[in-house]
Ligand binder design. Structure first.
Ligand code: 6R9
Length: 687
């Protein structure tokens, strides 16, 4: 057996690599549809063609895979330099037609096929919704939205649990040309208010409550707090409240001037609503994501390019085929695809809602957590639903791995063919457990690297095509020209073996087009750092086989359990507390979450340090961002390590937090080097 190459040993990343990425192991190739050198060379030549004439490549797929109301007159125009990229301009289409309507009629005739398998918080609550039912419900919701005044181009904020109504409302917005802005249900009222204000969103859709892991999520109450904040008053016209959706209840207080009983309004609507003809470049949705500075930015995705890219990558990366006719009973190749992410993140947008439905597949929506009612939940679902493609995050795999093999071994996992991972580099131990214990050594593990900004996968192995190396996301997707740049000079490194920052050289259809209301910020963050390239913000290494290994963010963005959190956001939450003078936030390696959040805080003159204050600060971050951003460690300190010019030395704080004291580096340039010793003993006392 051939030895695979070693993973990266050094990093250009300013922050330390997750400590789990330090070794690799050789693993056999999967037996399922095993990759061969022939399939790899086919991929290589197809990939080369796809980037040599990228317009021709995407044009032919766009024409054959999507239904257009009016054909596009150009394919790709514009460039990275001024962020003027446009795909399929002039073309008219509707993504809801492409994802739903066309499958309900000839030649597809899939109206009776399952579009959504929903599993609620309790394993016994399962709903199957056919394409036809979905279409009728989307039309009712679309008409409901129109009846209260929602118009094409309006931003509709969605703050919902993982219930079918969430996917339906996203699709209903798309149907009428409204732009959805989904906010993950773990965000706080403050975070919602920021996003509503930024997007000037007149309409908010929520649910009376949600249910997760047996706990009630008071979503409507949180929304009420958000919309009553001063910065939202005068912006929000109506809050539409679903009740009785999924596992949520229907008891809630109504303020008639603000709230609409949306379930009642929707059920009174006619289930027919024509699709708006959208230009390919009309915005489809906004999704907020964290950056290294300032507030989260609303990335804007447009209709045609995103639809194509979501559809194409879903099929390719998971070895799935577009469904072109009714399923045959007992078809042994019938796929049950399940992405267990939350629709509040980009993974849910592209690989729960749009990608699978654009391919006519059934998609799975999971309301609960992998730990409820016990840590066998995922595997129980695989057995009950005969899931063939299962897509989750390394953090979930690591947290389940802790409990050993007993739970997965209790269930029949033989339906599985492809296992996907997303959100952060997967450490080889977690990869191996996923491959051996879940996939029984016969499934492909696809390591999909991408971002909110990229709209869909940009680097991943293809099942049965690309050989797997645990911890490497391997090779670029079709139409994606990946380069490794020297971080300092910005020059492309042409040697195969390279280490630097990851960049993409040509536009692709799924890329975000701008930051809502701030095109300059979009240019500054993605296009300006390395002119002529899209800069992803990640460091990487390319090995001797040309395989890419992501080494982590090179900016001040943390990746906590696959969630992107800007250190600046946590810092501004902390300094908003009246007792805080200064805060510096860094990532710290964490066995389960990948990265944890470590905050160094100096207090205002005269405020004594106390456990209660630490609790208050932790709470301050939860209220300002959301519980998923709760700090793992808060270190109160009289001083921070500063350069003589007054800059906080974050590099040193990262080392201190991680306990990497032998690589602290030079501390003599600090204004007061003794600060470091104090911090070291404080951190040690906390561990
Ligand atoms: C889809 C998603 C994007 C950041 C990205 C990178 C990290 C995502 C990864 C990965 C290594 C993978 N990331 N997938 N790192 N291997 N397979 O997660 O989007 O929330 O915007 O995060 O996540 O650092 O830059 P988003």
């Amino acid at each position: 057996m051939k030895r695979t190459s070693s993973p990266p040993t050094t990093s250009t990343s300013k922050r330390s690599k997750p400590k789990t990425m330090t070794h690799s192991e050789e693993l056999p190739l999967p037996l399922y549809n095993p990759s061969t050198s022939a399939s790899l060379s086919l991929y290589k030549s197809a990939h080369a063609t796809s980037i040599q004439n990228t317009s021709a490549y995407w044009s032919s797929i766009a024409s054959s895979k999507l239904d257009w109301f009016a054909p596009f007159s150009s394919v790709l125009t514009g460039s990275f330099i001024d962020g003027s990229v446009s795909w399929f301009a002039g073309g008219k289409l509707n993504i809801c037609h492409n994802a739903i309507d066309r499958y309900c009629s000839p030649p597809y005739n899939r109206g009776n096929e399952t579009a959504i398998i929903w599993e609620g918080d309790e394993p016994s609550s399962v709903k199957r919704i056919s394409y036809r039912e979905l279409q009728l419900n989307i039309c009712r919701i679309a008409n409901g939205l129109k009846s209260i005044g929602v118009q094409k181009g309006d931003v509709v904020t969605l703050y919902m649990p993982m219930v079918p109504e969430l996917a339906m409302t996203m699709l209903a917005c798309a149907r009428i040309g409204a732009v959805h802005s989904v906010i993950f249900a773990g965000f706080s009222a403050d975070a919602i208010a920021d996003r509503i204000q930024d997007a000037k969103s007149k309409w908010v859709v929520t649910a009376a409550s949600g249910s997760r892991g047996g706990r009630n999520l008071p979503l409507k109450t949180i929304c009420d707090v958000a919309v009553k904040k001063e910065r939202c008053v005068g912006i929000v016209q109506k809050v539409l409240v679903f009740d009785g959706a999924g596992s949520n209840g229907n008891e809630w207080d109504q303020d008639e001037s603000l709230h609409v009983r949306f379930t009642d309004l929707v059920s009174a609507q006619r289930p027919v609503c024509a699709c708006e003809w959208m230009d390919a470049e009309d915005p489809l949705f906004i999704l907020y994501t964290s950056g290294s500075t300032g507030r989260p930015k609303g990335l804007v995705h447009t209709t045609g390019g995103y639809a194509l890219y979501a559809m194409h990558t879903t099929a390719n990366s998971f070895g799935l085929a577009q469904q072109t006719g009714p399923s045959k009973e007992d078809d042994p190749h019938r796929d049950v695809y399940a992405c267990v992410a939350d629709a509040g993140w980009i993974t849910g947008h592209t690989y729960i809602v749009y990608g699978p439905l654009l391919n006519g597949l059934s998609t799975f929506m999971f309301e609960s957590t992998p730990m409820y009612p016990d840590h066998g939940r995922y595997w129980d679902m695989v057995q009950r639903h005969k899931i063939t493609v299962f897509y989750t995050a390394p953090t979930a795999i690591r947290s389940l791995m802790r409990f050993g093999d007993e739970a997965p071994n209790k269930y029949d996992l033989s339906s599985l063919k492809v296992l996907g991972t997303v959100g952060e580099p997967i450490n080889p131990a977690a990869w191996k457990w996923y491959f051996d214990v879940i996939g029984k050594g016969k499934c492909a593990v696809v390591d999909t690297y991408w971002q909110t900004e990229t709209g869909g996968h940009v680097i991943t192995n293809l099942p049965g095509v690309t050989p797997m190396k645990p911890g490497s996301c391997t090779l670029p997707c079709y139409g994606i020209e990946v380069v490794v740049l020297d971080a300092a000079t910005g020059q492309e490194i042409n040697e195969t073996v390279a280490e630097g920052v990851l960049a993409i050289k040509q536009p692709w259809p799924g890329m975000a087009r701008t930051c809502l209301g701030d095109h300059q910020r979009y240019l500054n963050v993605y296009m300006k750092p390395y002119p002529g390239y899209y800069f992803a913000g990640d460091g990487c290494r390319r090995d001797e086989d040309g395989f890419i290994w992501i080494t982590g963010r090179v900016d001040d963005v943390l990746n906590v359990s696959g969630h992107r959190i800007g250190t600046a956001e946590v810092e501004s939450a902390l300094v908003a507390h009246s007792n805080v003078a200064q805060a510096a936030v860094v990532g710290v390696p964490h066995d389960i979450k990948g990265q944890g959040i470590c905050c160094f805080v100096t207090l205002t003159e005269g405020v004594p340090e106390s456990e209660d204050l630490i609790k208050e600060l932790r709470n301050q971050v939860r209220t300002s961002i959301g519980p998923f951003a709760t700090p793992d460690m808060i270190v109160l300190t009289a001083a921070l390590p500063m350069t003589r010019s007054g800059k906080i030395m974050r590099r040193i704080l990262r080392k201190v937090a991680a306990g990497e004291l032998d690589t602290l580096g030079d501390t003599t340039t600090l204004a007061d080097p003794s600060v470091v010793d104090t911090l070291i003993s404080k951190v040690e006392a906390l561990k």
